[in-house]
Write a protein that binds this ligand. Structure first.
Ligand SMILES: Cc1cc2nc3c(=O)[nH]c(=O)nc-3n(C[C@H](O)[C@H](O)[C@H](O)COP(=O)(O)O)c2cc1C
Length: 161
């Protein structure tokens, strides 16, 4: 019965007090944003568990398990070829098939000129069944000190959402 009860709990829009940040990057600008966003979340809410993963470097099943436990997932990709990185697109595609419920999401990422990545992430995550909070966070090229501070503030807003 213990196993049946656990299954029932996990199948009922399961959620812990966790926010997971997942990203990929070419030149580490989006990684820097991920770290500042995590800092903001932790400053706003010291009780929430915050985890960060580079989707290109961790097993997709490990990351998905963490997202399963989360109330919010923050997804980052720079813009590349008017699109998002394939690693991030692959993760979102997998998330769609898992049909998670009761979870929020928002996007972030660096760009150089057209900057579509955040809009694309938010559209894909909405399509995968996540409730999108806000418009996300964009950064032109690499984050300077002001942008890093804004990313911390963005993290605080996510913790409050
Ligand atoms: C191959 C390649 C394609 C890119 N395509 C776009 C693009 O279509 N639109 C855009 O706004 N920026 C584009 N960029 C610029 C990156 O988004 C920008 O350099 C960003 O700061 C990279 O973020 P990162 O440090 O997280 O990798 C491109 C960069 C590379 C290397």
């Amino acid at each position: 019965m213990q196993i049946v009860e656990k299954y029932s709990e996990w199948a009922s829009d399961y959620q812990e007090n966790q926010i997971t940040i997942v990203y990929d990057t070419m030149w580490n600008g989006t990684k820097e944003l991920a770290e500042r966003i995590a800092e903001g979340i932790a400053l706003e809410d010291s009780k929430v568990v915050v985890k960060i993963y580079n989707v290109a470097k961790r097993d997709i099943n490990d990351i998905t398990t963490e997202i399963f436990k989360s109330k919010t997932v923050v997804v980052g990709s720079p813009t590349m070829g008017n699109n998002i990185l394939h690693s991030v697109a692959g993760l979102i595609s997998y998330l769609k098939s898992l049909k998670f419920k009761n979870k929020k999401a928002t996007g972030f990422g660096c760009y150089g000129w057209s900057g579509e990545s955040v809009k694309i992430i938010n559209e894909l995550m909405s399509n995968a069944g996540f409730e999108i909070i806000g418009d996300g966070f964009r950064c032109l090229w690499n984050p300077d000190e002001d942008t890093k501070k804004s990313a911390v503030e963005f993290g605080k807003q996510i913790a409050k959402a």
